[in-house]
Ligand binder design. Sequence first.
Ligand SMILES: [Fe+2]
Length: 179
Amino acid sequence: MFTDMRQGGREDWKVIGAAHWRHQQTGAPMQIMDTLRRLEPMELGFAANQLTHSLMAATLARRDGASDEEVVAALCHDIGKVLSIPNHGPIAAEMLKPYVSDDIYQAIYWHQDFQGAYYYEYLGKPSDLRENFRKESWFAVAEKLVDRWDAPAFDPDFAVDPLESFEDQVVRVFSTPKR
Ligand SMILES: [Fe+2]
């Protein structure tokens, strides 16, 4: 195995490629689960902490008969808050991009502007930013994500499905790149 990439050959890259694939099949989904757990201490002024919020959004999606991709989108839509509040939508969207449809990618990317209908007026921002996207193919899935699963998911007393109950869906989605 090379110690200087400039000297790498075909056999090296076979080994490296296989190791990366194995990590994406098992290690990466577990890192997603661990990162979701890190949302628990983050209350951010809401009634429910960010893990409960994420679990409630995913539970609502599941009970709506949502697809694996949609449930994982609901579960992970705020995962970027671990690293950056202002950029959390794009961070989550980019994490999911290889594994979900473009419509779901866009819905996660822009979800905060859709959510803004409920609070941007209190921050001095226009509350109708979602209207910029009404003609997009992903408008309906973004409205579903935000209005049916994200916005109602701040109840600390709601009996959420446990994080572990989503593990199989997280593994399925994050181990199967589509692009
Ligand atoms: Fe959210």
